[in-house]
Write a protein of this length. Structure first.
Length: 217
């Protein structure tokens, strides 16, 4: 007889520990709160909990039968490379779902392929809102990190120092890039305010004389 435990919960286990990949400027594992809306599942210092991961895996199994490696690759793709759970996390999750009666396993060569059961579909549908919110927040986080990586690692810059200037200028330039990258998902109003700040800063820099004194108006 299966012992049905609650698949979703608020466990504090680090089910996805070392699974998230962020750019080097990130503060903590995620670089601050994820812009996933109030109550979003990802916060600085917190990984995906066991119950959340079970719902994510059930969602993937509802799409098609999958083996463990396929689930890992699917999560990497959904998160734009930001989340890659280890096999040591995914396979115990699949074992749990099988023992709970939410998934069936069958042999395919030397792999076990898992398919969602009717009980699993029923459980997923009863938690559909939570599952969609978790996946949506993960995808949004991944998209933000992908934009940030593109910003920081674009070929014409690469984050290297500008030669011939003092370190304070290079430090300030990096701080500016980090601030902009942190607001890539900001509202249009916020982005317009950012643009105005940048225009004013550019004008102030151009107004400086070669010796650092402001030129005469």
């Amino acid at each position: 007889m299966h012992h049905h435990r609650h698949c979703h919960g608020h466990e504090h286990h680090a089910a996805g520990r070392r699974g998230f990949r962020g750019p080097p400027f990130a503060g903590g594992p995620f670089g601050g709160p994820l812009r996933g809306g109030p109550g979003g599942p990802f916060r600085s210092g917190r990984m995906i909990g066991d119950g959340d991961l079970r719902l994510i895996v059930l969602t993937l199994l509802a799409e098609q039968p999958r083996h463990g490696y396929d689930i890992i690759k699917a999560l990497e793709e959904r998160s734009h490379g930001a989340y890659s759970p280890s096999p040591g996390v995914v396979y115990p999750t699949l074992t749990y779902l099988e023992e709970a009666g939410y998934a069936d396993a069958s042999a395919e060569g030397n792999k076990k392929v898992y398919a969602i059961t009717d009980a699993g579909r029923s459980h997923l549908e009863s938690n559909r809102e939570v599952a969609d919110r978790i996946l949506g927040a993960m995808e949004a986080f991944g998209a933000k990190m992908a934009k940030a990586r593109a910003w920081f690692y674009r070929s014409e810059d690469g984050g290297s120092d500008i030669p011939g200037v003092i370190s304070e200028v290079n430090d300030a330039r990096r701080a500016l890039k980090s601030a902009i990258a942190d607001r890539l998902e900001a509202s249009e109003q916020t982005q317009r305010a950012m643009a105005e700040i940048l225009r004013e800063a550019a004008e102030a820099i151009r107004a400086l004389g070669s010796d650092g004194d402001a030129t005469d108006a």
